[in-house]
Design a protein around this ligand. Sequence first.
Ligand code: FES
Length: 192
Amino acid sequence: MPEHAIEAAATSASRTSPDHSRRGFFRRAAVLLVGSPLAVGFTALTATFLAWFLGSVRFMFPNVLIEPPLRFRVGKLENYEPGKVETKYTDRFGVWIVRGEFQGKPQIYVLRAVCTHLGCTPIWLESEQKFKCPCHGSGFHKDGMHFEGPAPRPLERFAIRVADDDQLEVDKSRTFRQELGEWEDPDSFVPV
Ligand code: FES
């Protein structure tokens, strides 16, 4: 048999071997799965379903910001030493409870821990008996009056009252500003 006839026979035999036909099958399947319009549609459908599913799960677990209540109790009046600034409610509620005096009248009042310049949180300096704002240096006396720095007005007060159980109750939904004469309001302090 001539040499070229032998080669042709060998090629034909290899094309029809089981191994060759299996490879062909997988190649055709891969083309069908990856490149066909059916595969593209299926992928898009899966992606849409996945996005919907993840959105639904996210909806079931929304971001919940737990804000501290606007009204809260801070213990009985006798727990507050005369002349003391209580700072333990500052981090959670943003207030100082002060048993001090204003214009010669002893009282307990609640100062809002927000500087009246640009809103930073001042720090109570016990040794200097003043609130000092770390941002631009405003200073406030224990009664909330401003005396140094750029703050244009005193600190604000929140409402305070003695509740039914004899505890002091702070109400942050109501504020009182000294420059508007609102510190005369009996809801802005508790006399002691
Ligand atoms: S924010 Fe307090 S001094 Fe500016």
